[in-house]
Structure formats: C-alpha cells, structure tokens
Design a protein. Sequence first.
Length: 178
Amino acid sequence: MVLTAREIWTALHGMVFGAAYLLAFTAGLVGLYSLRESWVTGKGIIERITRLKWETGIMALLSFLTVISGTYIVYPWYRAAPPEGANLLEYPRSFLLADPNLSAWHTFAMEWKEHIAWFSPILTVAVLYLIFRYGPALAQDKYKNLRWMIVILFILSFAAAGVAGLFGALITKAAPIL
C-alpha cells in the first residue's frame, strides 16, 4: 500500500492530530472533575494542577496543529478548481457540487466544518489560561462555579472538534483527497 503526500497529510491532520486531541479530552475532563479539596490532599492538588497544565497545553497544541494543517494544507487541495475536462474524482469540492445527491456534503457539512473547527483551539486556550490563572485555587469550594464553567468550555471545545472531525471523516469518505 502506497499513500500519496496528500493522503499522508490528510491522515496526519485527522487521524493523528485530531484523534489525539479527542482522546486526550477524557484525561483533562477527569482531571478537572476530580479537582476538589475534599477528594485530594494539598500535594495531590498541586500534582493534578501540574498534570492539567501539561495535558491542556498539549491539547491546545494538538488542536492548533489539527486546524492549521486542515485550513492551510488539506483544505486548498479539497477546494482546488479542476481544469477543463478533468476527472472530478481528483477534485473533491467540484465532485461533491456536481452531484445533487452529494452537494449537501459541501454546502452544509464542509462550510460548517471549516468554521466550527476554529472554536476548538480557541476554547482550549481559554481553558488553559484559566487553569494557569487560578491553579490550585480551582479545587476550593468557593471556585466551584468557575470550575464548572471551565468544564463547560472544555466540553464545548471537544464538541466543536468532534463535529468537525465527524464531518471531515464523512466528507473524506464521499470525496477523498487523492
């Protein structure tokens, strides 16, 4: 099996960067949820905050790598205009738009995907900032609402990445970048 450079970049974008971000989400969510004074000692809180900073920082990096590689490397190949008489299978956007049964994959899914995906790194960086800003204080009961706000931002970031990833996988199935 031989992969083209485009297929390698597409796999790197979605199956390495994107999938790693989505898998790392669970560790971050558990870390945030279990960050409570009544559950962890003072040393445990410091250890968990340090781990959360690393996990969320790596997640932010993965999120940016996913979105930037998709926007500036993979997406131009998807959007390329075919020359006159070209095989549309080699031009995914044009292939989708040429078929009325497949056109919604571009007009809805791809248009939505390319915009919603950018919410993921932005929200992940917001979570990272709040973890750095409040640190061990997040375990205190008086910061319970802030901790829940961070969890919600984190879930929204995951949802944006998940929807973009799902649409990306389905679009690639309908019209792969060859």
